[in-house]
Design a protein around this ligand. Sequence first.
Ligand code: 13P
Length: 257
Amino acid sequence: MLIAGNWKMNTDLPGGLALARALAAGVQEAGEEAFADVDLAVCPPYVHLSGIADVLADVPVAVGAQNVHAEEEGAYTGEISAAMLTSAGCTHVIVGHSERREAFGETDADVRAKIVQARSHGLVPILCVGETIEQRRAGNAAAVVRRQLDGALDGVDVDTADDLIVAYEPIWAIGTGETATPEQAQEMHALIRRDLTDRFGDPAADVEILYGGSMKRHNAAGLLRQPDVTGGLVGGASLTADHFLDIARHAAAQVPA
Ligand code: 13P
């Protein structure tokens, strides 16, 4: 189980550090056992990363970025490299979020190149896939997600379950307050699991497949109870430490004792 927060373009630096401190305090108060079986991560804006990595250094909350450039270094004004991320304390990076695909024109080929680059620096990519409402209504959701997996993962090696994380984020559920039903999520997660297994064999059985899209503390339990929903990529609710940790508690409750 993994609960990861995607803060998107929210919080200024003092606000971000305060949120990270509140998370650290919440994890410490809950005690070692509370989240022993759940991995936690936050993906704040770039400029917060190293400060937040310091704040979270003594608690089991990993730090990830929301994007990375596919090239090693060079004349790419405004971009951030994988080496910059690892040196700032990141272990994870979100790639192919629908907001980047839609607003910044990222293609599957771009996403694939970012995955390869992230992996070459030891960063775990959190690959986002998901369909629009029109694609779902037309009965094309599964085909869209399969195509996104194919475009992003063709030729990529996954040797262990820790080499990759996938997040299924139906675009119609992001920031809308409308979540996929647990059944809709499970159906797509099972499809993703099958696709990964066909591609990578045994390690795919344990690759985390997160659900994202209006996951909140009141609906997280039903989603996380599904066998192939092994975590969440949480947007809005990750901006409040208590809400984020309540979702993590629901994840912990799903792990067999
Ligand atoms: P919300 O939880 O705000 O819907 O965002 C989901 C998301 O896009 C996470 O990457």
